[in-house]
Design a protein around this ligand. Structure first.
Ligand code: MN
Length: 235
């Protein structure tokens, strides 16, 4: 049994150069394996109960295949992919977590967190990030409709796509955050994304912190196999 952890692919649709790479990667999963999306797999997903974005059909079909194959899929909503349920939960059999939550894989207690909200500076940014996860945001997205969301959302996402150097000290603050969660609770692992910077850190004896990285610059993922975690490169 293996578990693969992916984060911040920021998949944009059929013209995305990572399309073949992503589909091939998902094909490596076998019955009994676990796939964990640590958020922002999609560059834009604001979910509706019965409508999906046409550009994502091949990837969604892959999720459907994984369900039928007997792969357990866990999806932590990021700040670019929101309101995945009930399509993902009911139709694709995916366990969806709203930004963070505890899962048990191979008897190990793993706390998953997309990573937004840990190091955001400024009141307005915090307020905006918080708002996106509320019921009011769902109602608003229903009013706006998927066509306009796709058009405007992608424009906004592109302009915010300049992943500059991390705010000074952010790497340490992420580690500190993970360490706090790990030491205050009886968890074994803290796994996060969002910064796009892969990282590995022993927060306390036997308690590990991992940042999964991204497929924008680093092309990394985290693999769990035979009781060991390893950060690997997809290409
Ligand atoms: Mn993110």
């Amino acid at each position: 049994m293996k578990a693969l952890f992916l984060s911040d692919i920021h998949y944009k649709g059929l013209d995305d150069p990572n399309t073949a790479l992503l589909l091939k990667f998902l094909d490596t999963l076998q019955k009994g394996d676990v796939l964990v999306i640590v958020g922002d797999l999609f560059d834009l997903w604001i979910g509706y109960d019965h409508v999906v974005y046409a550009e994502y059909v091949p990837v969604l079909n892959k999720f459907y295949e994984l369900k039928n194959l007997g792969v357990r899929v866990i999806y932590v909503e990021g700040n670019h992919d929101l309101f995945l349920g009930p399509f993902f939960t009911k139709k694709l059999g995916v366990q969806v977590l709203n930004r963070e939550g505890l899962v048990v894989i191979d008897n190990k207690k793993i706390y998953l967190h997309h990573g937004d909200g840990i190091d955001e500076r400024g009141f307005l940014k915090k307020l905006a990030l918080g708002f996106f996860r509320t019921k009011a945001a769902i109602v608003l997205s229903r009013l706006i409709g998927p066509n306009l969301i796709w058009k405007v959302g992608h424009k906004l996402s592109h302009t915010s796509r300049h992943y500059g150097p991390l705010v000074l000290g952010a790497k340490q603050r992420y580690r500190d955050f993970g360490k706090k969660i790990l030491t205050e609770n009886n968890y074994d692992y803290f796994i996060v994304g969002h910064t796009h910077i892969p990282d590995e850190y022993e927060a306390a004896p036997g308690k590990m912190y991992y940042n999964v990285g991204d497929w924008v610059r680093n092309y990394t993922y985290l693999e769990y196999q035979d009781g060991r975690f390893t950060i690997k490169k997809v290409r």
